[in-house]
Write a protein that binds this ligand. Structure first.
Ligand code: IYR
Length: 219
């Protein structure tokens, strides 16, 4: 059945005002950086919930919203996740990742140690639902990877907007998260995003984003 349609009312910007807003937003997004060292300073659960609910406004195939956001603040559970993630990462950095991959990463200085999994006050673990389970029956979802990717993008932007920092972490393989968090069979781990304040005097690698010429093509 067709949905009820309602008016869409948002302020329309024009000319100078529109240009100014687009520049302001670009510069704001340009100031976002992935941070790998977190302060242990807590962030309220209410704030984390608002960040997640902002992420959950992302567009999705047939508006199925095929995601679950697990928020982990319990220190024992964070430690458990760190132990499991470091087991996988140790194997990754000691033979599972091919040399080319290790070479591509070496300038970032990452290794198998993942202290941020305990330091960050909250871990948001995003699960992708390739189908829904409604009264035990499978209901299809669509474009789930695109949808959950968009929701994660929204989450990172919301975190940045609030002056907090995040890391898009992919301990791979991530299947241990299904067990640790006791997720149902229709959910697959997608990204693990620690959120919090940056560690005092945190440093980030001096890397540059691609230029207009490299990423933009006119037709
Ligand atoms: N998952 C590993 C390795 C890693 C892979 C990529 I691609 C990165 O951009 C960064 C790290 C880790 O978290 O260390």
């Amino acid at each position: 059945m067709k949905a009820k349609f309602i008016p869409y009312n948002r302020p329309l910007l024009k000319g100078e005002e529109l240009l100014k807003e687009s520049i302001k937003h670009y510069h704001f997004m340009e100031s976002r950086r992935t941070v790998r060292e977190f302060s242990t300073e807590p962030v309220s659960v209410e704030v984390i919930e608002n960040l997640v609910m902002a992420a959950s406004t992302a567009p999705s195939g047939a508006n199925k919203q095929p995601w679950t956001f697990c928020i982990v603040i319990n220190p024992e559970l964070k430690s458990k996740i760190r132990v499991e993630a470091e087991k996988e990462e140790y194997t990754n950095y000691h033979g599972r990742m091919p040399q080319e991959w290790l070479d591509d990463l070496s300038y970032l200085g990452t290794d198998w140690h993942k202290p941020f999994l305990e330091d960050a006050p909250a871990l948001i673990i995003v699960f992708k639902k390739s189908y829904d389970l409604v009264n035990g029956k499978k209901k299809n979802n669509y474009y789930t990877t695109e949808s959950v990717g968009l929701a994660c993008g929204y989450l990172l932007q919301a975190i940045h907007q609030c002056g907090l920092v995040a890391l898009t972490h992919t301990p791979s393989p991530m299947n241990f998260l299904i067990k640790v968090l006791n997720r149902p069979e229709n959910e697959k781990p997608f990204l693990l995003i620690p959120v919090g304040y940056p560690a005092t005097d945190v440093m980030v690698p001096d890397i540059k984003r691609k230029s207009k010429e490299e990423v933009l093509v006119y037709y």
